[in-house]
Design a protein around this ligand. Sequence first.
Ligand code: ZN
Length: 238
Amino acid sequence: MCEILIKINCPHCQSSKVVKNGKKRNGEQNLLCRSCGKQFQGRYRHPGADPAVKQLAIRLLERNSGIRDIEELLGISRRCILDNLCRQGTRLKIAPARQHYQSVQIDEVWSFVGKRKKGKYWLLYAYSPEADEILAYSCGSRSASTVRELLKQLEGVAVEHYYTDHWKAFAQVLPPEKHTVGKAYTKNIEGVNTCLRARNRRLVRKTTCFSKKKENHLAALNLMFSYRNKQKAKHHTF
Ligand SMILES: [Zn+2]
């Protein structure tokens, strides 16, 4: 069978090996990417269904655009943006890239999820200054169980020493011989905190952009951390 290559790049992998693949029920041309195997349409009636628009929405979220800004700029619904965020953000996995770290700093950042009066929702995360990498994070109350949940994600990784602030849950969970407390030792992660608050509206103090739903919040955190870990290779354009 003779296949005619179409002059259009695949919105998923940018490959130019795109061929016609029948018509959709709505009459639109269906296309198939020979490189990644994904199908897409030549034209979308609803921009929210267009994979290229979805990808752009994710790029805008990574660069700290608000849901309402994206709705306005791309002409797609809020619902569609949040579904896309959840789908793509949940798929990302934040996990240590190395087997061994000399020092790991852990710190906490608060935000809100749902109603402000329900109280703060804490984000706890582990950062390696030597690798400039966010290794893991956990969310919840300001308690030992949230610290334990974070450490569970570092199982199988050799960490020589942990540095934290005076928050007492750290001392309850971290092995004392491997744990040093003091603001002087958490300077690097404090710097990352500032970056995160500047780069994610959900973490800005006095924000009105907090998530209504926990799943949106977690997907946004996944997206933010994975973006930061990717970007550090490009000299801190985060
Ligand atoms: Zn492709």
